[in-house]
Structures are given as structure tokens and as C-alpha cells.
Design a binder for this molecule. Sequence first.
Ligand SMILES: Cc1cc2nc3c(=O)[nH]c(=O)nc-3n(C[C@H](O)[C@H](O)[C@H](O)COP(=O)(O)O)c2cc1C
Ligand code: SF4
Length: 439
Amino acid sequence: MPVNTTSVILSDEQKILFKYIKKENLNSISVYESIGGYSSLKKAFAMKPDQIIDEVKKSGLRGRGGAGFPTGNKWGFVPYHLGKPIYLLCNADESEPGTFKDRVILEKNPHSLIEGIIVSSFATRCHKSYIYIRGEYTYAAKVIEKAIEEAYAKGYLGKNILGSGHDLELVLHRGAGAYICGEETGLISSLEGKKGYPKLKPPFPAVSGFLECPTVVNNVETLCAVPWIIEKGGEAYTEYGRGQSKGTKLFSISGWVNKPGTYEVEMGVSLKDFINDLAGGMRDGAKLKAVIPGGSSTPPLTAKEVETANLDYESMATFETFLGSGAIIVVPEHHCLMKLLEHLSEFYWDESCGQCTPCREGTGWLYKMVKKISYGQGTQADIDSLNKTAKSMMGTTICALSDAAAMPVLGFIKKFPEEFISHVDYKGCPLKQCGGSSH
Ligand SMILES: Cc1cc2nc3c(=O)[nH]c(=O)nc-3n(C[C@H](O)[C@H](O)[C@H](O)COP(=O)(O)O)c2cc1C
Ligand code: SF4
């Protein structure tokens, strides 16, 4: 039974991740401790690592980085008996266009992440952990660096944390502005000092990852949910959300809304209510055309689908899309979708690492064809060919960037064919927004 059945808005008291987010100076350790910060450590250290993993499994927590893989199961795959060092890597690369939820945690509540990393490292028997942060997040990196120093000074990091016998070294590593380093194996390559090339799986990082040792990679938001789960119990977490989508989730909403920003809601709430009640509704009373629900790689929803879509994994699947990283992009009727798709396709072309032929060649080709159509120089045959090429890029490469580039193209063609056809028929952009429009 969901915690909040009457409204999409959670009270501060009901929130798990953002309960104190508006508190002044929350990023300093004294303020964080004053609101009960780091208190989950005592309980965690009194438990056995496997008990923590069981509790996380019970909670139903799924990875918030995009793929939604059950966190407790991932931790359960690590071969703890090998005697090799185990690494916990926090993925703070946050580069999927539209996504800016982790940034809020990193800048405003860094100690909640450090606390999550300490508890998770204890569960996964890890003694060295890295936060891999997006290169462009310079302010967040400074905040995290200071928070790590404070945590060391207070004995929350280092040797024999709070007399528990658990040691943890935590290092901040800054990326250099490559989207592909957010993909977990690309992140590992980069952290190893190599080019950020993704690697074929298997072996999965849990078995052989950083420096060929067992490695757990988790998103910022995922790790931040762990202390609450340990303090209140996995069962309590399942009281939030529904079906296979448990707990709360952060959604960053941008585009044509009155109040863009990052909001914490219970999983399963109505997308339409989220847009209207939390994000303040459509700007200037504009009519809704489309919503990208989970970051730029997720296929769009039509305005009609938004009427009944809920923010959970199952609902998104019924509309042939994904919850992804929780980045909602709202597009009004007066914006051209071809223009939007042109930008997205260019992004994926630019960010492909080039190892796999379908991705290296396909992303460039998608961009070229989308641009040709948006410029009013395309034909129906080009639309068909675009569709066919995008399909051929799915599931054939080392990592999922190729799929991420193809999915919006396929989704836009399927759900908004009229946008493509109108550019062909009109020989330009009917809304006069695409570059090179002859009209
Ligand atoms: C191209 C690509 C980019 C990704 N970028 C990110 C990212 O910026 N942040 C993130 O947490 N996960 C990202 N992921 C997902 C990670 O590979 C991985 O699944 C995630 O960090 C696991 O953490 P979680 O289980 O806590 O979600 C990306 C995946 C792909 C294929
Ligand atoms: S799919 Fe693209 S980004 Fe991923 S490894 Fe292959 S070429 Fe690189």
C-alpha cells in the first residue's frame, strides 16, 4: 500500500532522501550530525555484512543509475571467498542529458552519500572506494572533497571506523567530460588510467572489474538510500512504491514547465500529477506534445500516454519506454521534435567511443539522416532507412550506448511519425525551428 495515496507530494517527514535538503549548511558535517547523520553506522556495524545485504534485498531497492538492477542481488554476486580486494565505485558521472538529480545530493548533502558508501562498503567487504564524479561538476567536487576530509577527521573514514574494525579509504576521482565514462565498465577503464573504453560483459564487474578484482558499481542515489534502509529496515522501504518499484525516487524535470527542478516522490505516482502539482504545470499554459520520461535515451511518451502513465518501471514498460535515470523532459506543442531529435542524435554521435562498428558508424549516420529530414531535404525512403538502421544498432555492441542512440529515433518515428512526414512534405520545418529550413 503506497504511503501517500492522496497526493504526489510527499511531506518532508515522509521523504527518505530529501527530508533535510532545504536545511542551511547541510553539507557541513556538524549540521549533518545534528540531524542524526552517520547514526546508521552504529546499527550497520552491529550487523553481519550478509545481514545488510539481505536487508537491502528485502527492500527491493533497484539501481537508480538507469538500468534498475536490484542492488542487493548485485552485492550478492560478489565472490567474497576469493580473498581478492573488493572495490566499491560510486558512479557520480551523471551525464545523461536531462539528468541532474545526483548533483543535488553531491552539492547539498555530500555526507549522506559518504554514509551510504561506508555502510555499503561494510556490506560488500570493501576497504577502498572511489567516487567517480563528472568532470564538469567542479563545485560538487569541491564540496565532496571537503566532506571527505571532515569525515576522515571525525573517524568515519580511515582505519577502524568507530571502533568497528572496519577500514575504509575513500578517494574522489574527477572525470574529464566523457559521457561513456558513466557506463560502468568505461568508468572502470578510466579509473584504471586507460581510455574510457567499455568492456565486453561477462565477466561482470562484480566478478572482475577494477584492476581485475571484484567491483561493485552503484549510482549516487542508490547508495544514499542504503542508510535509511538499514535504520528502518527493508520492510519499511517496501511500504513506499508498488509492484516491483519500491521506495522513493528522485526525478529531475526540465523543459517547458513552470518549476523545473529535482523532486523526491514515491515510485508509482502519476506522471501527469508530477508535472502539474510539483513542476507547476505547463509554462504559459502551453499544450503538451511529448515527454521524455527517463533521460535522453528513453523513447518518448505522447500527450495521451502521459494522461495514464505512472512513474514506475512497470508502467513505463507498458508504453515501451523506461524510467531510466529519472530525467523528465517536457516538450510543448509549439516545439519541433525533429529539432530535439537532431540535438540528441548529435550528442550520441559525439559521445560514441568508436570501438564498435554499428555504434561508431550508426550514430553518425542517424545524426546525418535526422538532420537531412529536419532540414527539409529528406524523403519517405530516408525515414524508412533511418528506422531500419536504428533497429540494426540494437543489442549488437559492447555497451548500451548504441541502443541509447537508436531508441529515441525508433520511439520518435513510432509515436510521432507526423513530425517526420511533415518535414518531408513541407520540405522544411513547419514550425521554422530546424536549421536550414527553406521556409
Ligand atoms: C552509455 C551509458 C552511460 C551511463 N551513464 C551513467 C551515469 O552517468 N551515472 C550512473 O549512475 N549510471 C550510468 N550508467 C549505468 C551504469 O552503467 C551502471 O548501470 C550504474 O552505475 C549501476 O549503478 P546502479 O545499479 O546503482 O544504478 C550508464 C550506462 C550507459 C550504458
Ligand atoms: S557501443 Fe558505442 S560507446 Fe559502447 S563500446 Fe561500442 S562504440 Fe563504444
